[in-house]
Design a protein around this ligand. Structure first.
Ligand SMILES: [Zn+2]
Ligand SMILES: [Zn+2]
Length: 195
């Protein structure tokens, strides 16, 4: 599955779209939190909620999830000539998981400073056709909505600002969500199952 020399990507990844939006939001929109950094969640992290729970804190990390609508494209099927309608789908239950860590630290000169880290991951869904796990893609507007949610959530959790619950809540027409093919359902973070 993982090629050693991946072809140059035609369109930016979710992270490549989200990171500059994050930097702009956290550094220029009131209240600003310039000490925060956004990173991709390392693949080796076990995101099973049962392991992470206990007031959502786990070894100093605070976890939160955001529900949005994503588009999924199975490149394996597309490459093998499967028609677009079978190889692509969208889901109103596309889950973004954020792991955050906030602590005082010291730089190389021994100066104390406070830094916050956010690791993000968009859960995959399994292609009905071939079984491959495919990561959801968010369009620009949904990336922006996610970053705005993240800004409010961090403000609330770490600085005590009031929080308004926004974000895509799903629709009744999305009842056909395929639980067995959703990595977020499996890990216990999908909003479909009331998480
Ligand atoms: Zn497929
Ligand atoms: Zn799900």
């Amino acid at each position: 599955m993982l090629k050693k020399n991946p072809a140059p990507q035609q369109c930016p990844t979710n992270f490549e779209k989200i990171e500059p939006m994050f930097n702009q939001e956290f550094r220029t929109i009131h209240p600003i939190f310039p000490e925060w950094t956004l990173e991709r969640m390392p693949k080796k992290i076990n995101t099973k909620r049962i392991k992470l729970d206990k007031n959502q804190m786990f070894e100093g990390w605070l976890y939160g999830s955001y529900n949005t609508k994503g588009k999924f494209r199975c490149l394996k099927c597309i490459k093998s000539g499967i028609t677009d309608s079978d190889a692509t789908w969208s889901s109103a239950y596309t889950t973004v998981l954020c792991a955050t860590y906030y602590e005082p630290d010291a730089d190389e000169y021994g100066q104390d400073w406070i830094g916050g880290w956010i690791e993000m991951k968009i859960f995959a869904q399994q292609c009905s056709n071939c079984g491959e796990y495919v990561t959801g893609e968010l369009d620009d507007q949904r990336c922006r909505n996610f970053v705005k949610w993240l800004h409010r959530w961090i403000g609330h959790k770490f600085y005590g600002y009031p929080f308004r619950r926004l974000g895509y809540q799903g629709k009744t027409t999305d009842r056909h969500h395929l639980v067995n093919q959703c990595e977020a359902c499996e890990a216990g973070w999908c909003h479909y199952s009331g998480n």
